[in-house]
Design a protein around this ligand. Structure first.
Ligand code: CA
Length: 442
């Protein structure tokens, strides 16, 4: 009754929603003497559920506007019955992982594979981010083989090595390090993946087109692949249930000024994923999709610490956990600079939205205009960029000071931005995912 219209596609949401409800029900019982407050508390309950599950969960009208405290036991019982049908035995909701295959992407991917390997329907690599596309594709295939050599391999696509427009790129040493996985030796990529040589945009479009139910997309790199699909085939928007993105800086400064690499960059507002391809991000943000952001506001609060790395090393098992442990140890070295749980946090929050402690609806626009000065070379100029942009026009130098920044604009489509997450619970989730020897199977 409660979740009937989206039952199969909301199994995870229902489970998470239930956790919220159970938590808040305990609070209500503790306050049972305050009967006059129960309607308010039920309202909070419903809000918590809606916040955790995004706009597509069909909440019954009675829950949205609770009319009587007597409804509470009935509603909870009804929810419990329906959730027991939808989870936990139900098939996990399908995901597409769109990644630029940097260090934190590798960890996020291995985490996701540990948690829900069967739900990874496709991986689309964007070649304009940290890794180049073919290296990123091969590395993704290698990581999945390492994680579980017997599990079916999802199709993995290779995206464009250029942004739709502009000249931004990561520093070349970072790109080389990403291609080479920081020197880590891994199993060879599955031959079938390499031979298939799929294009990320085509794979993303095909996966959405063939989807029997709207899909979830986790973007942990630039948004170039998704923007290209939305532009070429706007109708596929209806096949997207939710986009969860590690992207943007909402109320905090950007992160593209990095000591020793890019400290002269005049752009103090953009986060890397939006900085590299602002035009793509602007297309995605303005498409009217249900987007749940995990921006720097949330990730800045959870740096990688020695205590966490030591605990991860001590408590986790398996070849994939050992590799992650090695990377964590390297990332702690002073010369690596500050490191935060960027993409792994987005992956955790994708599967456990209830760990977000401050989810705000914001109308945000991505800055992607051309720089008034088109004559001189841009910062981080990549001389190998093609002369023409994605529309066949001369490639533009984008606003040096603000391209990729997020600004509040009431005319823009709203997104849900997680501005603060439970960092301890995120770290605990990361560790717990790797504590069994073999990846969890349904
Ligand atoms: Ca990434």
């Amino acid at each position: 009754m409660l979740l009937d219209s989206h039952r199969s596609s909301t199994a995870i949401e229902a489970q998470l929603c239930m956790q919220n409800w159970q938590h808040m029900t305990v609070k209500i019982r503790q306050k049972s003497a305050m009967t006059n407050r129960i309607p308010t508390l039920i309202g909070q309950l419903a809000q918590a559920c809606r916040d955790a599950t995004m706009p597509f969960l069909n909440m019954p009208r009675a829950l949205k506007r609770p009319s009587s405290p007597a409804l509470l036991p009935m509603l909870l019982m009804s929810l419990a019955v329906n959730v027991s049908v939808a989870s936990p035995a139900a098939k996990a909701a399908p995901w597409i992982i769109d990644t630029d295959m940097g260090t934190d992407d590798w960890i996020a991917l291995l985490f996701f594979a540990r948690q829900q390997r069967e739900s990874i329907t496709a991986i689309t690599v964007s070649g304009n981010g940290l890794s180049h596309c073919q290296a990123g594709r091969d590395n993704a295939a290698s990581l999945l083989r390492l994680s579980d050599p017997n599990a079916p391999m999802p199709p993995i696509g290779c995206g464009s090595n250029q942004p739709l427009d502009g000249f931004a790129s990561y520093p070349q040493p970072w790109r080389r390090g990403s291609d080479q996985m920081m020197g880590q030796t891994l199993p060879a990529p599955a031959k079938a993946v390499v031979d298939a040589d799929l294009d990320s945009t085509a794979l993303l479009a095909l996966t959405l087109r063939q989807a029997k139910e709207p899909m979830r997309i986790l973007t942990i790199g630039t948004m170039s692949n998704l923007a290209s699909v939305l532009t070429a085939e706007p109708a596929l928007k209806s096949k997207i249930f939710e986009v969860v993105s590690m992207a943007g800086a909402v109320d905090v400064p950007g992160n593209v000024r990095v000591h020793g690499f890019t400290e002269g960059n005049p752009n103090g507002k953009a986060e890397w994923n939006l900085y590299i391809d602002p035009v793509a991000a602007q297309i995605v943000f303005s498409a009217g999709l249900p987007i749940r952001l995990v921006p720097l506001d949330a990730t800045n609060k959870v740096p990688l610490t020695r205590a966490f790395v030591d605990r991860f090393h001590r408590e986790t098992v398996g070849a994939d956990a050992n590799v992650v442990s090695n990377w964590f140890a390297q990332l702690l070295k002073p010369e690596m600079g500050e490191y935060f749980h960027w993409d792994p946090m987005a992956a955790v929050l994708a599967l456990r939205p209830e760990l977000c402690q401050r989810l705000e609806r914001r109308n945000l626009r991505v800055m992607a205009s051309a720089d008034p000065d088109q004559r001189s070379q841009p910062f981080e100029a990549a001389s190998k960029q093609p002369v023409l942009n994605w529309q066949g026009q001369p490639r533009r130098i984008l606003d040096r000071k603000a391209a990729g920044a997020l600004i509040n604009d009431s005319r823009s489509h709203p997104v849900q931005a997680c501005l603060k997450a439970d960092g301890a619970a995120v770290e605990e989730t990361l560790i717990q995912a790797f504590t069994s020897k073999t990846p969890a199977r349904p």
